[in-house]
Design a protein around this ligand. Structure first.
Ligand code: FDA
Length: 389
């Protein structure tokens, strides 16, 4: 069969592209349902964009590539679309917009948009082979036990990254990119919890504190969660995108407290008080108990010298921790790296060397922070490709 456009991958980017690529479009996916990551995202409520989405919220080898698409299809365009479909939403925190009800509303919205645009959606369809013949792409698909060859003028690759293989992530986009002579930058799991030596934080698993975590000159001011395996929570997921194997992160456990001032004041007025008792006023008691094993906290407030206070502040506000690794693609929300943007046109997402070939969404070397930025990239890059087609 012949179509104008074949889109591989009915996730966030593929669904959105299908709604913009014109009527003679076929969207395929090997999964049983479209938009599975949308469905489970944001705890089932989908953090579909961020009010403050800006260029600085994205990582990638080319610091400018994402700007054009994000400028032309913004968070407000997506909010308008959500409004058009009568989906109620709210801001949770830090500009993160969530559905009031269910994430599946976003999937239904996108499916209805692509159907209105006249596109077709085939699920449980595998890609068997892909070739380029002249100006046409010839894709051999397998669907319901039958082989179908689809010829298309345009091929949009929206099969995402490697994160959560259990949900159908395959890395197909990278294979296709290489097949057509595109470079793929190093990929690694991002927005992912850190692991530590066995059991290091097990006894305080579940304790969460406000924190500032920094690594390689970037800092995030959000919650930190101790887990059986190590560290998680928004601040940790965010900083994981900036961390490399073997590096140390710096954790400020008291970002809102001037600990030195508090201790200097209290050593005069409450000199007999144990340091740990005072710290338990500012941190969860279970954490203070745990910290006794990590650092020396045996002093009485009255015994603290200025130098000792300085050292304590260093320990608690610049706690140097060296993760042994991350939980990997098994739980990573996204894949950092991907199809090298040097080979793509930033306005259309089209390959510079193979006309009609497009890469969009997470497959591309553009990675957003936690907080709705990755879906916004999926929407914006998809619309850029769809409109160019
Ligand atoms: P996506 O992964 O969505 O879609 C790729 C599609 O291609 C899938 O449907 C897959 O089945 C299909 N596919 C893959 N290989 C194939 C093959 N070989 N043949 C056929 N089909 C194939 N982001 C955000 O902004 N806000 C949030 O709240 C969250 N929350 C969140 C939670 C969790 C648990 C995860 C794992 C991720 C998030 N994210 C997120 C990230 C967000 O889900 C992600 O950035 C987008 O889904 C990327 O959209 P894509 O369409 O590029 O890939």
């Amino acid at each position: 069969m012949k179509v104008d456009t074949l889109i591989l991958g009915a996730g966030a980017a593929g669904l959105m592209a299908a709604a913009h690529a014109g009527p003679n479009t076929l969207l395929i996916d090997h999964a049983k349902a479209p938009g599975e990551k949308i469905r489970i995202s944001g705890g089932g409520r989908c953090n579909f964009t961020n009010m403050y989405a800006g260029f600085e919220n994205y990582l990638g080898q080319n610091r400018h590539f994402h700007k054009s698409a994000l400028t032309r299809y913004t968070q407000w365009d997506f909010v308008e679309l959500v409004g058009k479909h009568g989906i109620a939403w709210h801001e949770k925190t830090l500009g993160q917009l969530f559905c009031d009800d269910k994430a599946t509303q976003i999937v239904q919205m996108l499916v209805s948009e692509l159907r209105d645009a006249g596109a077709d959606l085939w699920l449980q369809t595998e890609v068997k082979e892909l070739r380029h013949e002249g100006t046409r792409f010839v894709t051999r698909l397998s669907r319901e036990g039958k082989e179908i060859t689809v010829t298309s003028a345009n091929l949009v690759v929206a099969t995402g990254g490697k994160s959560i293989p259990k949900m159908g992530a395959t890395g197909l986009a990278y294979d296709i990119a290489r097949q057509f002579g595109h470079a793929v930058t190093d990929t690694r799991p991002a927005l992912v919890p850190f692991t530590f030596d066995k059991g290091r934080f097990a006894e305080i698993s579940g304790v969460s504190v406000p924190s500032q975590i920094s690594c390689n000159g970037t800092m995030f001011d959000e919650a930190l969660l101790f887990t059986h395996r190590g560290l998680s929570g928004p601040a940790v997921l965010q900083i994981s995108s900036y961390w490399h194997e073997g590096e140390t992160i710096s954790v400020n456990l008291l970002p809102k407290t001037d600990l030195a001032a508090v201790l200097k004041d209290k050593r005069r007025s409450e000199g007999k008080k144990a340091l740990t008792t005072e710290l338990a006023q500012h941190l969860p008691a279970r954490l203070v108990e745990h910290l006794k094993a990590e650092m020396d906290l045996s002093d009485k407030l009255g015994d603290l010298s200025d130098k000792r206070i300085e050292a304590l502040c260093q320990d608690l506000t610049a706690w140097a921790l060296k993760p042994t690794g991350t939980e990997g693609y098994r739980t990573a929300e996204v894949t950092l790296g991907g199809v090298d943007t040097d080979g793509l046109n930033s306005q259309s997402m089209m390959s510079k060397s193979v006309p009609g070939l497009y890469f969009i969404g997470e497959a591309v070397d553009v990675t957003g922070w936690l907080g709705g930025f990755n879906f916004q990239w999926a929407w914006s890059s998809a619309v850029a490709a769809g409109q160019a087609i």
